[in-house]
Design a protein around this ligand. Structure first.
Ligand SMILES: *[C@@H]1O[C@H](CO)[C@@H](O)[C@H](O)[C@H]1NC(C)=O
Ligand SMILES: *[C@@H]1O[C@H](CO)[C@@H](O)[C@H](O)[C@H]1NC(C)=O
Ligand SMILES: *[C@@H]1O[C@H](CO)[C@@H](O)[C@H](O)[C@H]1NC(C)=O
Ligand SMILES: *[C@@H]1O[C@H](CO)[C@@H](O)[C@H](O)[C@H]1NC(C)=O
Length: 385
């Protein structure tokens, strides 16, 4: 059912071309693919956009960031067997008590698994490298519908299912649950060839929404949650101001075959303005825009699924969000209170903490404060792992 895609199998040069951000990590990191089956109760939209009409899709996405988000009309089961690709990295400094501990890293919208490696800008932005040096295994995944083909067997090709009806938060949660179930089983059949008994779910932005919803639906799955670029105070205005366009039209060479419901941010300056703030290397947003990934109309339209408290989740939670985050912090004065208030979504947690790196925007691991953020997160995780 599962199989391994090793560096040797596809050749390092192919891999570097497909994912230039592996940096110096070839020794300990490899591409892996999981084949997971899931069924989710996805939202049914009362007035779905015509999937062939980009104007209607853009209007639908914009409306999701308004006071009147798209109306839904119940749910319907969506199912499938999907490939989830990842970058898996092993500890560089083995710690016996963390020998079976793994962090699952889940990216936000218009990103993919490579964001956790720093987009090629060096070790200071590399989450894997930092975690691996503290004894953790790390697995950064491409959420369903994200990332590009990285070669391998036909079943390992990236899939782009129906963006509106299949690629939604409820499906991401079911797939995360299937992935964690596989990793907790000491079954040498799956891509990592071993089991894990401690699992930290680490999200960024929409990946944090999924983590929060996972904790609500499957409260036993994560032994700890680290929710970055996140709070329960979502500034809708930052999203509604964004111009989006179908990725197939904006970047035809890369995304030409994607359905129009896979959209992305149309303007480089807008992308920088919402994802970056304060102190950062000004070259990063340029590369970030050129290689940006997508978000689906279904993910944005069904956001409400991820905005409900995880009332029975008992394990520790840390929220880490840049003090200048345009989406989730109201600025230096009000950021910490927004993060503190986010604790209300986790009333049963054994431990709630938050941290707001100064001079830092939404993409916190791509700012100069990244090493401090990484240290703070690991100070938290190391208490429980
Ligand atoms: C596409 O959608 C827009 C906005 O809903 C609408 O005004 C336009 O007529 C549609 N175009 C076609 C060809 O259906
Ligand atoms: C992911 O995004 C990066 C840039 O953020 C890009 O270079 C890469 O081609 C994308 N695809 C995959 C499979 O990671
Ligand atoms: C799985 O194997 C690891 C060592 O590789 C061990 O620490 C852990 O307890 C095992 N878990 C289960 C559920 O058997
Ligand atoms: C943080 O939130 C808790 C309740 O969740 C509240 O009791 C406390 O007063 C808040 N602290 C600050 C500084 O806002």
């Amino acid at each position: 059912m599962f199989s391994r895609l090793s560096l040797a199998a596809i050749g390092i040069s192919t891999l570097v071309a497909a994912a230039p951000n592996f940096g110096s990590s070839q020794q300990r990191c490899s591409s892996v693919s999981f084949k997971l089956s899931a069924t989710a109760e996805n939202a049914v939209f009362a007035s779905p956009p015509n999937p062939e009409n980009e104007t209607a899709i853009e209007a639908f996405v914009k409306s999701a960031f308004s006071a009147n988000p798209p109306a839904t009309d119940g749910t319907v089961p969506a199912s499938g067997t999907f490939t989830i690709n990842g970058i898996y990295c092993k500890p560089t400094v083995p710690m016996p008590h963390r020998g079976a501990a793994i962090q699952i890293l889940v990216h936000g919208i218009t990103y993919n698994k490579t964001m956790w490696s720093g987009l090629g800008f060096g070790d200071q932005y590399d989450w894997h490298k930092f975690a691996n040096a503290q004894g953790y295994h790390t697995l950064a995944i491409d959420r369903l519908g994200h990332g590009l083909d990285q070669g391998g067997q036909p079943w390992q090709r990236q899939q782009y299912p129906d963006p509106l009806n299949v690629v939604q938060g409820a499906m991401h949660v079911e797939l995360a649950h299937q992935l964690i179930t596989a990793l907790r089983t000491n079954n040498t059949g799956h891509a990592l060839d071993r089991g894990f008994d401690k699992i930290a779910y680490v999200g960024h932005s929409y990946g944090s929404f999924i983590g929060e919803a996972l904790a609500r639906v499957y409260p036993e799955d994560a032994d700890a949650l680290v929710l970055t670029g996140y709070s329960t105070s979502l500034n809708l205005g930052a999203g509604s101001a964004l111009q989006v366009a179908s990725a197939a039209n904006l970047f035809p060479a890369r995304y030409g075959r994607l359905p129009l419901g896979y959209v992305t941010i149309a303007e480089e300056t807008q992308r920088e303005a919402v994802f970056y703030a304060g102190a950062y290397d000004k070259r990063i947003p340029q590369v970030d825009y050129l290689f940006e990934d997508t978000v689906t109309d279904g993910e944005i339209g069904a956001l409400a699924f991820t905005l409900q408290p995880a009332t029975t989740y008992k394990n520790p939670v840390m929220v880490v969000t840049g003090a200048l985050d345009a989406f989730f912090c109201g600025g230096p004065g009000s950021c910490e209170s927004a993060l503190n208030a986010t604790g209300q979504f986790f009333p049963a947690t054994s431990n709630f903490e938050y941290y707001a790196p100064a001079d830092t925007g939404h993409d916190l691991t791509l700012h100069y404060s990244a090493p401090v953020t990484l240290q703070k997160v690991h100070d938290f995780l190391n208490k429980f792992f």
